[in-house]
Write a protein that binds this ligand. Structure first.
Ligand code: NDP
Ligand code: 8X3
Length: 257
């Protein structure tokens, strides 16, 4: 049964990777979309393709989730148009750098904390009150296996994703007494632009992360997210961990040499 058709789904970080794959998947399932990211040109290209292929409504906004005023402006625009999201996919996020804590770059730390934690909070604070007022909605946070287990030099990225896990649990408690659902989908290795971003554009280093085994694709993760969103309203997946079969925990991966 398709319970996604007709829903309004707001996706942050829809210009690439998991967010983009979710936009494609939800558009195919008949959802109305609101897509946010900083790279508006990419969103425009994606929206044109989706409108062409599926004919549905796609709303775009250039939003840096670290900019609280911009987040509230974009959310207020949706609400003023009568478009309170049925589903908020808090996906925008990144790793920046991979260094020992005593050698780390504080600018990388700011980038991760401001995006993965504060950005997710700003978006949630702008959207969730409207869901609570309507007594309807579903927030899906993209966490990570890095929010369950630390790995060498993952330190601050790990901390942000452990934080996302705590926020998922906290939000879930805070909406008690409403029918709103709060979920987290926590992937292991997914081959997207994630490692290019982490290694500041060093493509070779990024590609090496996924060498010797078959990583998840963004579409694999979008399938899992669609499963979580499509469940009947009395069913909530609080936390779904999804990894490539070759990955056994955060750092044990069966690689062919
Ligand atoms: P990508 O780099 O491919 O996509 C990241 C998306 O986040 C882009 O659309 C980017 O858009 C957006 N984004 C980043 N910073 C901001 C910002 N300040 N404001 C708005 N949007 C922003 O990576 P993934 O698709 O892999 O990552 C998506 C999520 O999945 C992240 O939260 C990541 O931590 C998580 N994740 C990824 C895993 C992986 O192995 N790839 C595994 C586990 C979790 P733009 O640059 O246009 O703003
Ligand atoms: C991304 C997974 O292990 O590359 O959240 O940090 S990992």
């Amino acid at each position: 049964m398709n319970r996604i058709k007709g829903k309004l789904i707001l996706i942050t970080g829809a210009s690439s990777g998991i967010g983009e794959a979710c936009a494609r998947r939800f558009a195919a399932d008949g959802a109305t979309l609101a897509l946010w990211a900083r790279r508006l040109d990419r969103l425009e290209q994606l929206a044109a393709e989706l409108r062409d292929r599926h004919g549905g409504t796609v709303r775009l906004a250039q939003v840096d989730v670290r900019d609280r005023a911009a987040v509230h402006r974009a959310a207020d625009e949706l609400v003023a148009a009568g478009q309170v999201p049925d589903v908020l996919l808090n996906n925008a996020g990144l790793a920046s750098g991979l260094s020992k804590i005593h050698e780390g770059d504080p600018d990388d730390w700011d980038r991760m904390i401001d995006t993965n934690l504060k950005g997710l909070l700003y978006v949630t604070r702008a959207v969730l009150p409207h869901m609570v007022a309507r007594r309807r909605g579903h927030v899906v946070n993209i966490g990570s296996t890095a929010g369950h287990q630390t790995y060498p030099m993952g330190n601050v990225y790990n901390a942000t994703k452990f934080g996302v896990r705590a926020l998922t649990e906290g939000m879930n408690l805070d909406v008690a007494g409403t029918p709103i659902r709060i979920s987290s989908v926590d992937p292991g290795f997914v081959e997207t632009e994630f490692s290019d971003v982490r290694f500041h554009g060093d493509r070779e280093r990024a590609a090496a992360v996924y060498q010797g085994f078959r990583p998840l694709t963004a579409d694999d993760v979008a399938d899992a997210i669609a499963y979580v969103v499509n469940l009947p309203e009395h069913v909530n997946i609080l936390d779904l961990i999804i990894m490539p079969t070759a990955q056994r925990n955060v750092y044990v991966v069966d690689r062919e040499s």
